[in-house]
Design a binder for this molecule. Structure first.
Ligand code: ZN
Length: 318
């Protein structure tokens, strides 16, 4: 099936961020063997790009203290592209040593969120990235850049499009060929997605990949991805089962669920190379691992043509 919706690409590439973005916010340490089992299930479902862990201080983020072990389990998979989030030089050294394919460097588009998140100014963050870029030179490890709060800031409200564009330009200048717009607190809207993509196009040129990363906090995560597809964007980041968000904050939903996004793409004629039934099983595994219900929807209802026997349904409801 080729794309049936005008403007949509005929294929899309999903990056699974559940093992990092999702599990990082879990209150209880997920054993390394369970993380590995989950990533293996996602590989078996056809996913090939992973934000697999982050090299952060184990004191600050104990959930990711097994970063090197998790990476070691998969780094020989030639067909898998493994990235890790890296907040500073120490993290970068550890990530290179552990054998990542690419390091993800991140800063927010709003000053106050960056201060709150990493305790330094945006300018200081970018300066630090230049040091990491020098460190990575000649190692074969690529650099990717994430722009957090790209669609709005929980402290400042609307984020200036120029700040996003300038940050993307700085990333390109640092040699990054993959840039993610992160919707950190679920403030993106379909209209804003179109505006951002159009504003960034002249800066990125043809050799830089733009990826979109949405949270479903306000229920429009998939609609935002749909808007991105309409702009021809092929790269999306998502989390199996919708892992992520803070379990202590009611309705603070996490990332768009991988299987929901894959379902929408497949049913729109956009090839993803994934197997929906296996993604659903991986989402169910994720649910067992974290021990609570996850927000993904296709994992509960199943594919649309999965039929039930008539005897299994008592009454029809309107
Ligand atoms: Zn996220």
């Amino acid at each position: 099936m080729s794309a049936v919706i005008a403007g949509f690409p005929d294929h899309a590439v999903l990056t699974e961020v559940g093992p990092r973005d999702g599990l990082q916010s879990e209150p209880i340490f997920v054993p390394t063997s369970e993380k590995i089992a989950l990533i293996q299930a996602l590989l078996d479902a056809g996913l090939r790009r992973f934000e697999i862990t982050s090299f952060v201080s184990p004191k600050a983020v104990p959930q990711m203290r097994d970063a090197a072990e998790v990476l070691a389990a998969f780094r020989d998979r030639e067909d898998a592209h493994l990235t890790a989030l890296v907040p500073n030089m120490r993290g970068a050294e550890a990530a290179i040593e552990a054998g990542v394919d690419a390091m993800v460097l991140f800063a927010s588009a709003s000053e106050s969120h960056n201060l709150k998140n990493v305790n330094r100014s945006r300018t200081a963050s970018l300066k630090g990235f230049a040091d990491v870029a020098r460190l990575a030179e000649g190692t074969g490890v690529r650099l990717q850049g994430a722009i957090a709060t790209a669609f709005g800031c929980p402290f400042e409200g609307e984020v200036d499009a120029r700040a996003v564009v300038d940050q993307a330009r700085a990333y390109v200048d640092l040699g990054m060929d993959y840039i993610t717009l992160g919707d950190t607190t679920g403030m993106a809207t379909p209209a804003l997605v179109v505006k951002r993509v159009q504003a960034l196009r002249p800066v990125l040129g043809k050799s830089t990949t733009l990826a979109l990363h949405f949270h479903n906090t306000r229920g429009v995560g998939l609609a935002c991805a749909y808007a991105g597809l309409g702009q021809g964007i092929t790269h999306y980041e998502s989390s199996i089962g919708g892992l992520g968000g803070c379990p202590f904050v009611p309705r603070a939903t996490g990332n768009v669920a991988t299987e929901d996004l894959a379902y929408m793409l497949m049913e729109s004629g956009v090839e993803t190379g994934t197997d929906l039934d296996r993604l659903i099983r991986a989402a169910q595994l994720a649910e067992r691992i974290v021990g609570r219900e996850l927000p993904g929807q296709v994992m509960k209802a199943g594919p649309r043509l999965k039929t039930a026997s008539m005897d299994s349904v008592r009454t029809a409801n309107g």
